[in-house]
Every structure is written in structure tokens, then in C-alpha cells.
Design a protein around this ligand. Structure first.
Ligand SMILES: [Zn+2]
Length: 359
């Protein structure tokens, strides 16, 4: 009998020890995480720099943390800033650098002809459950092994926002964001974006969780499923983009800068005394600028029919007054002439006021 009791006690002790061992093992961080960090560091995939600073080991609460985290302010050799300092492990920094270099920048160049200079992150290290839900398994954010990306900023300052643009009306912006999302699926093992669930309506979640292996490599989750048949990038050549204003030939409607206004013929007229000799007979034929109230009444000039002078054989045709002090065809302001063009004797006096004002 006593032997039977002893057997039961020993069996209970062994089971208790196994249970305790099991509990303590559950409380440990899975060893593959530290191994992934060590391999990344040994390969030299991440180097300390002004934008990547080593941080102390983070341990807890619970199994949260990382052994060799970094504080990161920029990616890809410092060329792409982060909007805020992020805490990431070595594998995530290496994957982000590769994604930026191989996917984001080529897509931005093709779609917009310029580089991405900033990535807006919505968070990285955070000891919490998946989707911030209590009772759920721990998120990869709990191990500095994930980042949430909310958008991009191009060199020109244009912003590409995931919430606004992923399903937005601008087809190039939409295509860029879909390319960035789909391309991330080749660099991270978990990629979630708008359309996957309500928690990812405004960002990409990127992480390097270990989901298992397949014959083609690590198991990956890429949601929503990348779209096919994205719009083609615009055709680009080596020439700079044309100016925004296309109606450069309609110079009569081109607003003039202030210096030209001050030196234009209408202003010159306004500065003359009303009884200046010859003023009534020498008015601009067709003022380039809208006459102001200070310009004398034009009735007298209209009384005489304005006739274009017959061109003098030895003299080139007079350029139209509209170009005087006005914008040139290339849109640049043309400086006013210091002196009026010389006219030969006998030219009509009633068609070119500049012939007297300039002298
Ligand atoms: Zn996330």
C-alpha cells in the first residue's frame, strides 16, 4: 500500500514539474526572434548611423521586447526620413530599406518622376494585442518587428496618403500606393492594407512574423489581394515638364508684374499734366493696359480715324504697342525700353505716343 502511495506522489511531482516547466516556457519570448536579430546583425544588414541608433534591450512587460532594437529616424541610408523616430529590430530595418529601394522609389519615379523623401509612420514598437484587442495574441508590434505606414511625401512636397489615395480618384496616386502595397509582400511576411478589415483602413501594416515555411519560402500574408491591371505610368522623357500655363500666346491677358505696370504707356500718360503739348493728339493707338481714370478722355482720339501708317521701305515694321513693357511670349516680363524707337521724319504724329514721350 505504502508503495502504491509513493508511486502516486512521484507521478504527481513529475506532472507538477512538467506543468511548471510548461508555464515558464510560455512566458519566454520565442527564440526565433533573437536568432533573426542575430543573423541580421551578423550579416551587417544594418549599420549604426546618424539615422539608426542602437537602443538598449527591451524586455517586458510579459514577453514583449527585443534584444537589439534600434531608434530609426530615416531609411535607405538616411535618404528617406521618417516623420517620427521609430523603434525597430534589425530585420525590419533591413526589409524596409530594401522595400524603399526596390519598390517605393522605382514606383515613385515611374508615376511622378521624383523620389519619395519621407514616409509617415503611424507606429512601430508597442506591447499590445493584435488590432489593439485585449485577449488577442500579441501583435508583432510587441517585438519591434512591425511598422504601420500611413503615407509618403515626394520631393516636390506632394503627399500620397493611404487613407485618401488607396481607393482614390487620382489613378497614378492609386496605382503607386497599390504598387507599394503589392511590392511590400515580397519583403515582409505580413502586409495588410485598406480593404483587409476596418482596422487597416488608413495604413499598411508591415511585419516579419514567422508564419511557417512553404516550398517557396516563408509563409506570407498579403491582404487585400494585390490588384492586377493597374494603370500604366505616364510616358516620360528627359525633358522637364512644361509650365502650368499653356496659353502663353495670349499675352494680352497675361497679368503684368508691378514694375511693368508702373512703366507702361498708360501710366506714363497719367503722370503728364493734362495740358502737356501734343497730348491730345498723341495717344496710344491701342493701350496694352486697361486705361485708368487718370488717363485723359479718348474721345478726341477716336474722332480721328486711326490708320496704320504705310511701312517705310527702309524701316522694319513697327512692333505692336502691346508688347511694350508687357510680357514676352515666353512669359517673362520684358523690361521697358529706355528710349522710344527712332522714327523717320514725316511719320504720322497721331499713332505712336512713345515717339514723343521717350524724348
Ligand atoms: Zn500594425
Amino acid at each position: 500500500m505504502w508503495f502504491r502511495c509513493l508511486q502516486i506522489l512521484i507521478a504527481a511531482a513529475v506532472l507538477g514539474a512538467l506543468a511548471g516547466c510548461s508555464d515558464s516556457r510560455r512566458a519566454e519570448r520565442p527564440p526565433w526572434r533573437a536568432k533573426a536579430e542575430a543573423v541580421c546583425l551578423a550579416k551587417g544588414l544594418v549599420s549604426e548611423s546618424a539615422s539608426i541608433r542602437p537602443f538598449h534591450e527591451m524586455s517586458g512587460p510579459g514577453i514583449c521586447g527585443a534584444e537589439h532594437p534600434f531608434k530609426v529616424t530615416a531609411l535607405d541610408g538616411g535618404s528617406v526620413a521618417l516623420n517620427a523616430t521609430q523603434t525597430l529590430d534589425c530585420p525590419m530595418i533591413a526589409a524596409l530599406d530594401a522595400w524603399v529601394r526596390d519598390v517605393v522609389q522605382p514606383a515613385a519615379q515611374a508615376r511622378f518622376g521624383e523620389r519619395v523623401v519621407r514616409i509617415d509612420s503611424m507606429g512601430s514598437y508597442n506591447c499590445r494585442g493584435i488590432n489593439n484587442m485585449s485577449g488577442a495574441g500579441l501583435s508583432e508590434h510587441s517585438f519591434a518587428n512591425a511598422i504601420d505606414v500611413g503615407g509618403f511625401t515626394l520631393a516636390s512636397g506632394r503627399t500620397l496618403n493611404i487613407m485618401r489615395g488607396f481607393n482614390g480618384a487620382d489613378e497614378q496616386e492609386r496605382a503607386f500606393l497599390h504598387e507599394a502595397h503589392a511590392g511590400a509582400c515580397g519583403h515582409f511576411t505580413t502586409v495588410l492594407g485598406p480593404g483587409y478589415n476596418i482596422f487597416h483602413y488608413n495604413h499598411f501594416h508591415l511585419d516579419l512574423a514567422l508564419h511557417g515555411a512553404t516550398s517557396r519560402g516563408p509563409q506570407r500574408y498579403c491582404k487585400p489581394v494585390p490588384q492586377a491591371n493597374l494603370p500604366e505610368p505616364p510616358v516620360r522623357d528627359a525633358m522637364p515638364d512644361p509650365p502650368a500655363v499653356e496659353e502663353e500666346m495670349d499675352i494680352a491677358r497675361t497679368p503684368l508684374p508691378e514694375p511693368a505696370l508702373r512703366s507702361g504707356p498708360a501710366t506714363l500718360l497719367a503722370e503728364l499734366p493734362a495740358d502737356a503739348p501734343g497730348l491730345s493728339a498723341r495717344r496710344p493707338r491701342a493701350p496694352a493696359l486697361a486705361p485708368t481714370r487718370s488717363v485723359p478722355d479718348m474721345t478726341a482720339a477716336r474722332a480721328e480715324p486711326l490708320r496704320a501708317p504705310r511701312p517705310i521701305a527702309s524701316e522694319p515694321a513697327e512692333p505692336p504697342l502691346i508688347s511694350f513693357g508687357a510680357a514676352s511670349e515666353d512669359g517673362a516680363p520684358r523690361p521697358p525700353r529706355a528710349t522710344a524707337p527712332a522714327r523717320s521724319a514725316g511719320a504720322p504724329k497721331d499713332w505712336d505716343v512713345t515717339s514723343s514721350i521717350g524724348r
